[in-house]
Design a protein around this ligand. Structure first.
Ligand SMILES: *[C@@H]1O[C@H](CO)[C@@H](O)[C@H](O)[C@H]1NC(C)=O
Ligand SMILES: *[C@@H]1O[C@H](CO)[C@@H](O)[C@H](O)[C@H]1NC(C)=O
Ligand SMILES: *[C@@H]1O[C@H](CO)[C@@H](O)[C@H](O)[C@H]1NC(C)=O
Ligand SMILES: *[C@@H]1O[C@H](CO)[C@@H](O)[C@H](O)[C@H]1NC(C)=O
Ligand SMILES: *[C@@H]1O[C@H](CO)[C@@H](O)[C@H](O)[C@H]1NC(C)=O
Ligand SMILES: *[C@@H]1O[C@H](CO)[C@@H](O)[C@H](O)[C@H]1NC(C)=O
Length: 484
């Protein structure tokens, strides 16, 4: 059985209104639509958020390189920048990625045809950030001795890839980058394609025990066998409270992908306290999920599916308000469409699954992937090598001032930079950390390893800024003590 999935870093099924903690001013800049040609002067409004409360005098700009979604959500979940801004007197800026949130170059037409969507790429997004940074440096010009305020980039996940690539491609624009959970090596031949699912499996085994991962491993063939006939399809639909009963073999693939995404997301956001980054979840959701499976005594196949159904409520119904489970759910949402388009053009991340992990066997098949892209968007990826040609793959000898941080509970750590590349390209490991844990605000339940990672970031940022400021102008850093 072959499954080709486009994996999203995040699922934006709900815009989470709660969890709003930070405030900022919302601004827009007229941004060239196409940075790489001179045949048109068309511009669009790119949104960015500014918080200048902590900014003093020559203080630097802390710049978040937005990812695939509304920028507010990333700003609300990147409390680390707010935590350290006071000690650096920093100006906080969060830039939205083009084609997401309200930064739609062609308004509601943006997603209607490849002719409009074609300007969605990481290379255009990086050029947007460079353009905006230059503008900020003029608008917030230092009043004493500094021509331009130094800029430090921050980003998590795809945003982390962008912050690293920003430093790699445009070292004149930023002094350094904190790239958290950035799988810049999840590309062709840089990482074995089976690593991603192996990390997910390891997390479930390590935190939830063998019974949990074995239950999941055994479930796939049971689902497929049961769903082979109509009565079985109805039974599964009832068992798992599906909003729409499954009917076709496409629906079976959908349900398999739905489960797959839930398992991946549970590992990604396995934080030690309750969060509502993707959906509202309890602390340590993998342990919660597996706890339910482990305490469910099942004797037969239907029992196994019931156990999974019970455990799934940890993810689908933590607030106890879900009426039913929508397995197609967020797939039509604009953020998701945008990411699929990117996955079909530049961000081709080969993933596969073999018999050592708890998932269905799946080969990586670029041709099939390309065909699926053509079906969905009418375009094909030019070449599997594109992201490597654009960003250098592992040839990072000339790059400097990037911290790559990765939590080992995060499936995307599979494509991350996990060891020091050079003195100036360093890796920080957070063994008990999930997806960009270190970018979150300090919390009483933080682990020692994430506190250390944040301290490391602060020290590196200080080093980069020290180099930037002239000798007679001291770095506006007050103290290096980390909050909490
Ligand atoms: C900036 O963030 C701080 C900390 O959350 C908050 O107190 C302040 O009001 C914010 N400033 C603006 C201009 O929104
Ligand atoms: C772009 O704007 C400049 C300055 O206003 C103008 O001289 C030029 O002709 C414009 N180019 C195009 C292709 O419209
Ligand atoms: C876009 O919005 C305009 C006005 O708001 C509306 O008239 C038009 O039908 C919309 N087009 C699409 C493709 O949704
Ligand atoms: C969610 O929980 C509530 C309360 O226990 C229950 O009534 C509802 O059926 C559950 N929904 C799903 C989809 O399981
Ligand atoms: C990378 O080097 C730093 C010292 O600069 C060290 O603290 C850190 O542990 C190293 N990272 C790894 C993954 O070994
Ligand atoms: C620092 O040096 C620059 C040029 O070397 C000079 O213009 C400036 O006045 C000096 N600033 C202070 C605070 O001494």
């Amino acid at each position: 059985m072959k499954i080709i999935v486009f994996l999203c870093f995040q699922l934006f099924s709900v815009i989470l209104a709660e969890n709003v903690k930070y405030s900022f001013e919302t601004k827009y800049i007229d941004m060239p639509l196409d940075h790489f040609s001179f045949t048109s002067n068309k511009t669009f409004k790119l949104k960015y958020l500014v918080n200048d409360t902590f900014h003093v005098d020559n203080g630097p700009i802390f710049f978040y390189t937005g990812n695939e979604g509304s920028i507010e959500m990333f700003a609300q979940n990147t409390g680390f920048m707010f935590d350290i801004a006071p000690q650096f007197n920093a100006l906080l800026v969060f830039a939205e990625h083009r084609y997401y949130g309200s930064s739609l170059p062609f308004g509601n037409l943006s997603y209607t045809s490849p002719k409009y969507l074609g300007y969605l790429s990481s290379t255009q997004a990086l050029a947007d950030y460079v353009y905006l940074i230059n503008d900020l440096q003029h608008n917030y010009a230092s009043n004493r001795h500094l021509k331009k305020l130094p800029v430090v980039a921050f980003g998590g996940s795809y945003g982390g890839m962008l912050s690293a690539w920003l430093r790699i491609k445009y070292p004149g624009s930023i002094v350094g980058a904190i790239a958290s959970s950035a799988p810049i090596w999840q590309f062709k031949d840089l990482t074995p394609c089976e690593n991603f699912y192996r990390v997910v499996t390891n997390v479930f085994e390590a935190l939830g025990g063998k019974k949990c991962s074995e239950t999941i491993r055994n479930s796939w063939s049971i689902i497929r066998a049961l769903a082979a006939n109509d009565a079985g399809k109805t039974q599964i639909s009832k068992l798992w409270n599906l909003c729409t009963a499954i009917k076709t073999s496409d629906d079976i693939d959908k349900i398999v992908n739905w489960l797959l995404n839930i398992y991946i997301n549970l590992a990604m956001v396995n934080y030690p306290y309750p969060t509502s980054f993707l959906v509202p979840l309890p602390a340590n959701p993998v342990r919660e999920f597996c706890g339910k499976i482990n305490s469910f005594e099942y004797k037969d196949n239907i029992g196994l599916l019931k156990a999974i159904g019970e455990a799934l409520t940890v993810y689908t119904n933590y607030t106890k308000t879900a009426k039913c489970n929508d397995i197609g759910g967020s797939m039509g949402a604009i953020g998701i469409q945008g990411w699929y388009f990117q996955a079909c053009t530049e961000m081709i991340m080969p993933l596969c699954s073999n018999d050592l992990d708890m998932f269905e066997h799946a080969e990586w098949d670029f041709k099939k992937y390309s065909d699926d892209c053509f079906k969905q968007f009418g375009i094909r990826p030019r070449d599997e090598n594109v992201p490597i040609l654009e960003y250098g793959g592992k040839e990072l000898g000339s790059a400097s001032n990037i911290v790559f941080s990765n939590g080992l509970l995060d499936p995307w750590s599979s494509g991350g930079v996990l060891s020091n590349v050079s003195k100036k390209l360093v890796a920080v490991i957070i063994p008990d950390g999930a997806h960009h844990f270190d970018l979150r605000a300090a919390n009483d339940l933080d682990t020692e390893s994430v506190k250390l990672a944040r301290l490391f970031h602060v020290q590196e940022i200080k080093k980069w800024l020290d180099k930037y400021y002239p000798n007679n102008l001291s770095v506006p850093t007050v103290t290096l003590k980390q909050k909490n």
